[in-house]
Design a protein around this ligand. Structure first.
Ligand code: FAQ
Length: 328
C-alpha cells in the first residue's frame, strides 16, 4: 500500500547520496527546488527517506509522550471548564501522534516497529517532555510556550517537500493554535492573579526556560542534520533561526505580563538578534539520551499502555471475529 521498503538506519555509507542514480537524484532535487511535493510512491534518495522517517517518527513519539506531563493535571485542573479544555488538548496531542505515525508509515516503517523503538528506548522524542509538571502553572507554561515553539517549527516545516508530512502539519497547526490561546489565557490568569499565583507561574517559567531553549535543537554550529534537511526542504528554518523567532515573538509577551526570563544575558544586539546564555548542551544530550528526570517514568507509561492494549489490537485483527449488532 505504501512506498518502498524501510531503509536500515544502521546502513553504512561514505556519502549520503552514494550509489544513487545521478539522473534521478538531479530530477528529484529540481522538483524540490521548484516547490513540488514529493509523494510516497515517487522516487526519492535513500537518505531522504531515512531522514524523514527519523524526524517524523521522533515528532510522533513527542506527541504521545507530550500528552503525559499535562495529562497528569486533568483531574487537578482548577475548575470544570479548564478540565474540559485540558482533556480536549491532551486528546488532540494523541491525535497528532496518530497523524504523524500514518505519515511515517507512508515511508515504509510500520507503526509496530516505531512503537517498539520508542518503548525500548531506541528512538528519541522531544527533550521537554522528560521534565515533571510539578504545579498547575507548569501545565500552563507547557500549553503556552511549548505549544508556541511547536507552532513555530511546524508552520515553517508545513511548507516543506514531503506531501504526507506537510498535510499532517497543516492540520496539527490549526489545533495547536487553539492550545496556544488556551495556554496563554491560563498564564494571563495566573500572572494577573494573587501574589501566590504570580510566584507560582514565575517559578514554573524559571523551571521550563532551559528545556524550552533546548527544544529547537542544538545550535547550528553543532547540528548534525540541518544542512541536508534544509537542502531537501524537510526543515525550512535552522534550529537557531527558530530559536530567534521564538524569542522575538514571546519574550516581549512574557515581559508584558510582568514576568522575567531567567537569563541575565538575554538582550537584543545591534543587529536586532537576541543574545542569550548558551544553553547547556551536555544537559540536553543527557536528557535526549535517556538521562532526564522523567525518561524512565515516561517510557514505563507507554510500555504499560502497549501491554494492556495488546488484547484489543489482537481482537481487532482476528480473522474470524463476530461482530454483535447492537439492538436499537
Ligand atoms: N529533543 O541535527 P539536529 C510538540 C536530536 S512536538 C530531542 O539539529 P534535526 C507538540 C536530533 O533528533 C515537539 N532530541 O536534528 C506538543 C538528533 O538526534 P539523532 C517535537 C532532539 O532533526 C506540545 C540530534 O539531536 N517536534 O511539542 C531535539 O536536524 C505540547 C541532533 O540534532 C518535532 O519533532 C529535541 N528538542 O533538528 C505536544 C518537530 N533537538 O536523530 C504536547 C520535527 C534535536 O541524530 C504538549 N522535528 N534533537 O539521534 C524537527 O523539526 C527537528 O527534528 C528538530 C531537530 C528541530 C527537533
Amino acid at each position: 500500500m505504501y512506498g518502498n521498503a524501510y531503509i536500515d538506519p544502521n546502513e553504512k555509507s561514505n556519502s549520503i547520496t552514494d550509489g544513487e542514480d545521478i539522473q534521478k537524484l538531479n530530477a528529484f532535487e529540481s522538483r524540490i527546488s521548484n516547490g513540488e511535493k514529493i509523494e510516497p510512491k515517487d522516487w526519492m534518495p535513500k537518505e531522504y527517506r531515512k531522514q524523514l522517517v527519523r524526524m517524523i517518527e521522533q515528532h510522533a513519539h513527542s506527541e504521545i509522550i507530550g500528552a503525559l506531563p499535562e495529562g497528569t493535571w486533568i483531574t487537578r485542573a482548577p475548575g470544570f471548564r479548564r478540565k474540559l479544555a485540558l482533556m480536549a488538548k491532551v486528546q488532540d496531542e494523541v491525535g497528532h501522534a496518530q497523524l504523524l505515525y500514518s505519515a511515517a508509515e507512508t515511508l515504509g516503517k510500520s507503526r509496530e516497529a516505531m512503537i517498539n523503538d520508542l518503548i525500548t528506548g531506541k528512538s528519541k522524542y522531544s527533550n521537554v517532555f522528560n521534565y515533571p509538571a510539578y504545579t498547575w502553572a507548569d501545565a500552563c507554561i507547557i500549553a503556552w510556550l511549548i505549544d508556541a515553539g511547536a507552532i513555530i517549527n511546524q508552520v515553517a516545516n508545513a511548507k516543506g517537500s514531503y506531501g504526507p508530512y506537510c498535510r499532517a502539519l497543516d492540520r496539527i497547526c490549526v489545533e495547536e493554535s487553539f492550545h496556544l490561546k488556551y495556554g496563554h489565557d491560563n498564564v494571563v490568569t495566573l500572572a494577573t492573579g494573587s501574589k501566590i499565583q504570580r510566584e507560582m507561574v514565575q517559578a514554573a517559567l524559571n523551571r521550563w526556560w532551559p528545556p524550552i531553549m533546548h527544544f529547537f535543537g542544538p545550535s547550528d554550529k553543532i547540528s548534525l542534520h540541518t544542512e541536508i534537511l534544509m537542502k531537501w526542504k524537510v526543515k525550512m528554518a535552522t534550529n537557531d533561526d527558530m530559536r530567534q523567532q521564538f524569542l522575538n515573538m514571546y519574550v516581549p509577551k512574557i515581559w508584558d505580563l510582568g514576568l522575567t526570563v531567567p537569563d541575565s544575558k538575554l538582550m537584543k544586539n545591534n543587529e536586532n538578534k537576541w543574545e542569550y546564555t548558551e544553553p547547556d548542551w551536555d544537559e540536553f544530550k543527557r536528557v535526549i539520551n535517556g538521562g532526564g528526570p522523567c525518561n524512565a517514568e515516561r517510557l514505563a507509561v507507554r510500555r504499560n499502555a502497549e501491554e494492556r492494549g495488546r488484547w484489543v489490537r489482537q481482537a481487532l485483527l482476528a480473522k474470524d471475529s463476530k461482530y454483535l449488532i447492537p439492538l436499537a
